[in-house]
Design a protein around this ligand. Structure first.
Ligand code: HSE
Length: 303
């Protein structure tokens, strides 16, 4: 039996929706496993972006997620000594594309499929959140679309917002920033005025997607909770966001915990937005690569 799943990239936070909002995007990792009962060891093949850098052992996040899922399902037939696994990583690993979330969701969905899909989507998402810690990257990777996520103990509620007819430009500078580092710079407490600011922006962001009123995205993607702190780790971050807005983007923000930046625009403006972001970063001697993506509507699926 051979099973293959694909899992989308994600952009988390979407500005003010820190740890709450996330969107699935049309860039995918593929995970494949074949059950080989007579095998004495697992064959683990890595392709794509992670070919050289990702571990081919128990340290691999995808591998750990598979193992945890088998444990949850009480399944010992698959002991990770009798599987032929291939992982093709197309999602960049530099940060802000949800590559870790993709690995976690890929491991759970693949292990669940090998065991006859005993977990439903809600259980898959809850397990992914338990492994990852924050729901805003993993929920869209499971469900697709734009997700609003809340967490209550071990269970999460996820609501999908209407998918806008917009392109998403993800612009990644040529350096890595790990989420752990990007969370270390955040304050422990939030100022009341900043809290009110963010609450109002989250309301505008929700209204922008629900009413297809994209002019609201400029204000709706403003944030005072995490971006002002994280910009110290990302040279010219605010200038690149401004460049995206000046060249036609409705809204722009840090993608997840960065260093990638996201801009939301009409298809006709996407190339301009892409070029302006790269050009602005270049002015500060930062090399960058941009991807023009659509929203993914399906989330993790068997292919
Ligand atoms: N909400 C998370 C953060 C996304 O901003 O730290 C990265 O996992």
């Amino acid at each position: 039996m051979k099973i293959k799943v694909r899992v989308p990239a994600t952009a988390a936070n979407l500005g003010p929706g820190f740890d709450v909002f996330g969107a699935a995007l049309s860039l995918y990792n593929e995970f494949e496993a074949e059950y080989v009962p007579e095998a004495k060891k697992t064959y683990f093949t890595l392709k794509g972006a992670g070919k050289k850098s990702l571990p081919k052992c128990e340290k691999n996040l995808f591998w750990q997620s598979m193992r945890k899922t088998f444990k949850v399902l009480g399944e010992d037939k698959y002991n990770l000594k009798n599987l032929n696994i291939t992982v093709n990583t197309r999602i960049p690993l530099s940060g802000g594309f949800g590559s870790s979330a993709s690995a976690i969701v890929g491991g759970i969905v693949l292990a669940n499929a090998l065991c006859g899909n005993k977990l439903d989507k809600t259980q898959v998402a809850d397990l992914a959140v338990k492994i990852e810690g924050h729901p805003d990257n993993v929920a869209p990777a499971v469900y697709g679309g734009i997700c609003v996520c809340s967490k209550d103990g071990d269970h999460g509620t996820v609501v999908q917002l209407p998918i806008p007819k917009l392109k998403v430009v993800l612009c990644a500078p040529a350096f890595e920033l790990r989420t752990k580092r990007s969370r270390q710079v955040l304050p422990k407490c939030v100022d009341l005025q900043d809290f009110v600011f963010n609450t109002s922006r989250v309301a505008l962001l929700t209204a922008a997607f629900c009413c297809s009123d994209f002019a609201l995205l400029k204000a709706g993607m403003q944030d005072k909770i995490h971006q002002p702190y994280r910009c110290k780790l990302i040279p010219a971050m605010n200038e690149v966001l401004d460049a995206a807005l000046s060249s036609g983007a409705y809204g722009a923000c840090l993608s997840g915990s960065g260093p990638t930046l996201a801009a939301f625009c009409n298809a006709k403006d996407a190339v301009n937005v892409q070029k302006s972001m790269i050009k602005r970063w270049k002015k500060d001697s930062v090399r960058a690569k941009a991807y023009v993506l659509d929203f993914d509507t399906k989330g993790a699926v068997a292919i």
